[in-house]
Design a protein around this ligand. Structure first.
Ligand code: ZN
Length: 194
């Protein structure tokens, strides 16, 4: 049975490299996969899944008005797996379309993304995936400042932590760090830049 998977993790938990790895494993067996990513990805060029270790792949771009179900039907309805990057930026409608791909086309869909935004609210895509996914899996990474598990993302602007602002900052000078709860509230600034 095909299933809808949601694999969430904080910043730098290796989501993009995992997508590239899973795609490679399928393709090595002669099976085709479809890579998709949100148009809202601000880190990289549009339409790429890029990992920090340097590997990257092209991906189909999901726009606000795209229908993921129709996209998959026209790209390759016989695909063995659909891999989604930046799934936190999807709308609830997009997530319902992913569920329809699983239920009606019997293709497994694995969506990767953040859970918490920088103010510890759910993104729309994260909320919908938590509600509709068959399997929810955490991808672990450690706090930027200590060895504990990172469960949050701290936004920095001009090297200062910020706790207010738009959920999605496009084109700004922001950076994000994976942090534990303690260091979300009290980041040891003397360690920054290390
Ligand atoms: Zn910490």
């Amino acid at each position: 049975m095909a299933q809808l998977y949601y694999r969430y993790g904080a910043m730098n938990s290796g989501k993009s490299i995992e997508i590239i790895k899973v795609a490679h494993n399928y393709e090595e067996q002669g099976k085709s996969v479809i890579l998709m990513t949100s148009a809202l990805d601000t880190r990289e060029e549009r339409g790429t899944v890029a990992s920090r270790v340097g590997l990257s792949r092209n991906a189909h771009v999901i726009e606000a008005d795209s229908n993921c179900f129709d996209m998959v039907k026209s790209i390759d309805p016989d695909a063995s797996c659909i891999l989604i990057d930046e799934a936190q930026f999807l709308s609830k409608q997009h997530v319902l379309q992913l569920a329809k791909i699983v239920d009606e086309l019997s293709i497994p869909v694995i969506a990767f993304g953040l859970k918490n935004d920088f103010q510890n609210n759910l993104f729309e895509g994260s909320q919908a995936l938590l509600l509709y996914a068959d399997k929810i899996e955490e991808m672990k990474t450690i706090c930027w400042f200590c060895g504990r598990k990172a469960i949050m993302n701290l936004r920095f602007h001009d090297s200062k932590p910020v706790y207010e602002g738009e959920q999605i900052q496009v084109g700004g000078n922001e950076s994000y760090y994976p942090v534990c709860r303690k260091h979300y509230f009290n980041p040891p600034m003397e360690q920054m830049g290390k």
